[in-house]
Design a protein around this ligand. Structure first.
Ligand code: RUB
Length: 314
């Protein structure tokens, strides 16, 4: 059963049945908790070996959202510490279950706190644009709405997988005033936008933001009209490896997300590219809203140093 949960969670993340940086982090850690509960080990050594293998596999499910390795590494680092202390198998299992639960609870709390902090940045009468579907962003907008602020939301549809439709329907169901537009209309509508809020899959040490493909175009349009550009992201979206100069890998997805098989076959001379994420340079970002405070992009390195004093050991 345990292996199955790891495998099925891996498949769910890879195929995007579970998607969004925060959700995939929690799904991976929940699968590790299921492994702990599976009883498929008869010694401490076997238990930890299985847990390390499960974590390593889950980290490979999708390459860009750093929330995934950060979450798994959080559990594995704690497993390594615990393993070095020895103790009974029962004690190890209970301790690791607790670590998994603590991660999931803190992730949910973080999103709520971001909602609270971010909502203060939305003013009555604002027009707010968002791109893709981010729990951190919907938390900000929902909290502002719950606080009685009157504002309008414009959601880009977010091709090729249309996550913007999820955002639009979630917000409309919560009573917000929301309009869905094609991605290509972002610049036209930017003229009336006061604030853009997007999520992040990873944030680099220099404050660059890696998020759904198209985010950087929205940022460029926001820069042109001087709309504020905010990023709502939990601290576990900060990429420690970028502190040592590593680049964030951008996931390339199937051409079948861009055009149907029949068209691709009829036009086999056409090359198709489908990058899932892009990089918005820090110059286009005004603020990064985290549960640990609000930072200008140039200041995010301070939070990173606080969280990962030895990034090469992660
Ligand atoms: C989702 C996406 C989201 C971030 C942040 O991409 O780019 O903006 O993951 O989301 P995909 P959250 O649909 O390819 O996973 O705030 O929910 O973590």
């Amino acid at each position: 059963m345990a292996r199955d949960t790891i495998d099925s969670t891996f498949d769910e993340i890879r195929s995007m049945r579970v998607r969004g940086a925060g959700r995939i982090a929690r799904a991976a850690v929940s699968a590790m908790k299921s492994y702990c509960e599976s009883g498929r080990f008869s010694s401490n050594r076997e238990f930890y070996e299985g847990l390390f293998a499960a974590g390593e596999k889950l980290k490979e499910a999708r390459p860009t959202a750093v929330s995934l390795p950060n979450a798994v590494n959080y559990v594995l680092a704690s497993a390594r510490r615990r393993q070095s202390k020895g103790g009974t198998l029962k004690g190890s299992v209970a301790a690791m279950r607790e670590v998994c639960d603590a991660f999931v609870a803190s992730s949910l709390r973080a999103t709520e706190t971001i909602g609270e902090y971010g909502s203060k940045r939305i003013q009555d009468g604002d027009v707010v644009m968002t791109h893709c579907n981010s729990e951190a962003v919907t938390a900000v907008l929902s909290a502002a709405h719950a606080a009685g602020k009157k504002f309008e939301v414009i959601a880009t549809e977010t091709r090729p997988r249309f996550q913007g439709r999820i955002t639009a329907s979630v917000l409309a169901n919560r009573g917000l005033d929301v309009t869905l537009i094609p991605d290509s209309a972002a610049r036209v509508y930017m003229r009336k936008v006061d604030t853009v809020v997007v999520g992040a899959d990873a944030i680099a040490a220099n404050g660059a933001v890696i998020n759904k493909i198209g985010t950087s175009q929205v940022a460029l349009a926001a820069h042109e009209t001087r709309a504020r550009f905010y990023v709502a992201a939990e601290a576990y979206k900060l990429s420690p490896m970028t502190m040592t100069g590593e680049l964030v890998e951008i996931e390339q997805r199937s051409p079948l997300e861009v055009a149907p098989r029949a068209w691709l076959e009829a036009n086999s001379a056409v090359k198709v590219k489908n990058p899932a994420f892009d990089v918005t340079p820090p110059e286009y970002v005004d603020l990064i809203i985290t549960e640990r405070g609000i930072f200008p992009p140039q200041g995010i390195i301070l939070l990173m140093k606080d969280l990962y004093d030895e990034p090469w050991s992660v």
